[in-house]
Design a protein around this ligand. Sequence first.
Ligand SMILES: Nc1ncnc2c1ncn2[C@@H]1O[C@H](COP(=O)(O)OP(=O)(O)OP(=O)(O)O)[C@@H](O)[C@H]1O
Ligand SMILES: [Mg+2]
Length: 268
Amino acid sequence: MTRDGDEVAVRVRGLRKTFGTKTVLDGIDLEVRRGEFFALLGPSGTGKTTLLRMLAGLERPDAGTVLTAPRVTTVYQEPRLVVARRVLANVTLGLPRSARDKGSRMLTEVGLGGRERAWPATLSGGEAQRVALARALVRDPQVLLLDEPFAALDALTRLQAQDLVAELCARHRPAVVLVTHDVDEAVRLADRVAVLDAGAFVVDRAIDLPRPRGASSTASDPAVLEHRRELLTRLGVLSPPDRVTPPSGEVTPPSGRSGLTSDRGVIA
Ligand SMILES: Nc1ncnc2c1ncn2[C@@H]1O[C@H](COP(=O)(O)OP(=O)(O)OP(=O)(O)O)[C@@H](O)[C@H]1O
Ligand SMILES: [Mg+2]
């Protein structure tokens, strides 16, 4: 959620990226402010990770501009911990010793207070991912890039990790760009959701729902179901005539939007 005066931390204009003969990103414009949570969906191979890598400065654009605030950190699908270093040393990797107290506080924030001296091999998948989150946040990122950070977690751990990320992002207020394949996760966490397809955003919609968005409170909210229906349709998971059936068994009324097709064609 942004506030007045929040500065723009990500500004992308006319971004194009080509690998060989394949144009992966073609005319992307994106602005994300501090405190804003932007989620990006899209079929596999459409360039989501490529876009994050460009925001992280790991790839150069072929055309257009990519500007970010200086402190950018990324959390990946796998925690990428150094197995020969204890948990706290992983969190403060590359930082001066003076960062250790802050590293400990960050571990407490992710629910791992007291685990500073544990070895990565003794952590569960969810715990390891929380260490990765602490390692990102201890650097005070102005831009936090999340590339499917919950994809390898079981369903319950994933919901808990989503709650934690929502809380931490509200507290530390980076500009967040989350890549996910999970529509429910995107709607639950984001202020804005876009769908990337054929090199461009085919949807970019605000998710204007109150927070906190608990898993149970949002499950049957008609506004959530409408977002879900449109995004799933755009992703080709629902064909346009389909309806999302809410848990109550009621059928969601048609939205009346004409947004089932785009000038790039129907994804379904
Ligand atoms: N360094 C590279 N050299 C050549 N092709 C690349 C390179 N990096 C990515 N690509 C290609 O660019 C396309 C987009 O890749 P990218 O990893 O960004 O997709 P993605 O949307 O993140 O997919 P997924 O959802 O499966 O993670 C793919 O076709 C991929 O093969
Ligand atoms: Mg990817």
